[in-house]
Design a protein around this ligand. Structure first.
Ligand code: ZN
Length: 410
């Protein structure tokens, strides 16, 4: 028998054993490792499983022998496929599946599975290991990973990583936690599991998932906006003098000043980027769209005779041309939160575990590498198209040839 077929056979046997046990109960502890576990370890594992059950979420937990000897990539695919099968079988909306090695290293594969496929939540690396090469033991790893999965399923903050007393403080560094690199600051962590597994040889559902997210790799090319929103004409119109208010009170004069700033910002943007309408960088078109929308809003308010003012237009943080029902939304990633304005569609997508499409722009001028606009360091990123500060302020700060009379200085 070749090595490969013996791996495959061992995997199949392990799968059958786990599968039989999971038909009865969510916790499987492999007979090979069980005798090596202490009472405390067993207690911690069982307790964590019961606590997860108490949340009402469906979970499956397998404590398995060390996998390292059997080839690494195979196990990512093996466990993610297995997790997806369990999800299909469970019929639940979300299924939590955790495989943890029951030996010292506790290498783990943690998946939150929806119909869209398994996802490795932020804060759940496969191997929790400190810089000093200490591993989290299974009795800490299992409760931690299960809590991370529950938090991901419920959309709450993931728990802090466990403290790990090495019992040998004299010679080892105690800097475990962030120190573990547990907080993966890569904003793409949400699909980390899927893309990793895909790179390792994906099954069909993974490929379709990857297709769904093809926008991640591509520069945004639509909607084209310039013609559909008649942006060139709008820019010309925005250059005409802002009408003096019909009702000359302080509030209206403030609005008038705002209109002047929006106008200046449009001038700054279009003269700094004269190719805004043709540029491969769609951030400029979106910027112009936002500014002319603000310009029209200001003019409409200034023409009003009544004291009522329409709310300032808001724009979707992920893709500013989205306008449907913008509301505040707390984005959570790697234990950090960020409040932004999101459209109803993007909020819905996030709610169902999908990644909404984003405005993808060149990483650097001329570069073909696409990044979400907010990963750059320019006026659009600083403003979030209105989520962090108004775009006119950010554009005036970043693109004006000289600080404006209002005393903006950087
Ligand atoms: Zn949106």
């Amino acid at each position: 028998m070749t090595e490969t077929t013996s791996y495959a056979r061992a995997q199949q046997q392990l799968r059958d054993r786990i599968r039989d046990a999971w038909a009865q109960q969510p916790l499987y502890i492999d007979e090979i490792v069980r005798p090596g576990l202490t009472q405390n370890q067993l207690k911690a594992i069982r307790h964590a499983s019961r606590q997860t059950e108490d949340t009402g979420l469906t979970h499956f937990l397998a404590i398995i022998p060390g996998l390292q000897t059997m080839g690494y990539g195979d196990w990512a695919k093996f466990t993610s496929d297995f997790a997806f099968d369990m999800h299909e079988e469970s019929g639940a909306k979300q299924t939590l599946v955790l495989f943890s090695e029951g030996e010292t290293s506790a290498r783990s594969f943690a998946y939150l599975v929806t119909d869209n496929g398994p996802v490795v939540p932020p804060g759940a690396p496969e191997l929790m290991k400190s810089k000093s090469d200490d591993f989290i033991p299974v009795e800490l790893a299992v409760p931690y990973y299960l809590q991370v999965l529950v938090a991901a399923a419920e959309g709450t903050e993931p728990p802090p990583a466990p403290d790990f007393d090495t019992r040998d403080v004299g010679t080892r560094s105690e800097d475990y936690i962030e120190r573990f690199g547990l907080d993966n600051s890569d904003p793409d962590t949400l699909v980390f599991g899927a893309t990793t597994a895909a790179a390792l040889g994906a099954t069909l559902w993974l490929l379709s998932r990857r297709n769904r997210y093809s926008w991640r790799k591509e520069l945004t090319t639509k909607p084209e906006l310039v013609k559909s929103h008649n942006l060139k004409k709008a820019v010309t119109e925005a250059a005409t003098p802002i009408p003096e208010p019909v009702r000359p009170d302080d509030e209206t004069w403030a609005l008038y000043d705002r209109g002047r700033r929006v106008q200046d910002a449009l001038t700054a943007l279009t003269s700094t980027h004269p190719d805004w309408a043709e540029s491969v960088d769609f951030a400029h078109r979106n910027g112009v769209l936002v500014l002319v929308t603000l310009d029209r809003w200001v003019r409409r308010q200034l023409r009003r005779r009544s004291g009522t003012v329409d709310d300032e237009p808001r724009f979707c943080f992920l893709f500013p041309h989205h306008r449907r029902d913008i509301d505040d939304h707390v984005l959570k990633q790697s234990g950090r939160s960020l409040t932004v304005g999101l459209c109803a569609d993007c909020r819905e997508e996030l709610g169902t575990g999908h990644d909404p499409e984003r405005l993808m722009v060149p990483k650097l001028p001329g570069s073909r590498r696409a990044v979400p606009y907010f990963q750059r360091d320019d006026a659009y990123a600083l403003s979030g198209f209105g989520s962090f500060q108004s775009l006119d302020e950010a554009v005036l700060d970043e693109m004006s040839p000289e600080p404006s009379a209002a005393g903006r200085s950087r």
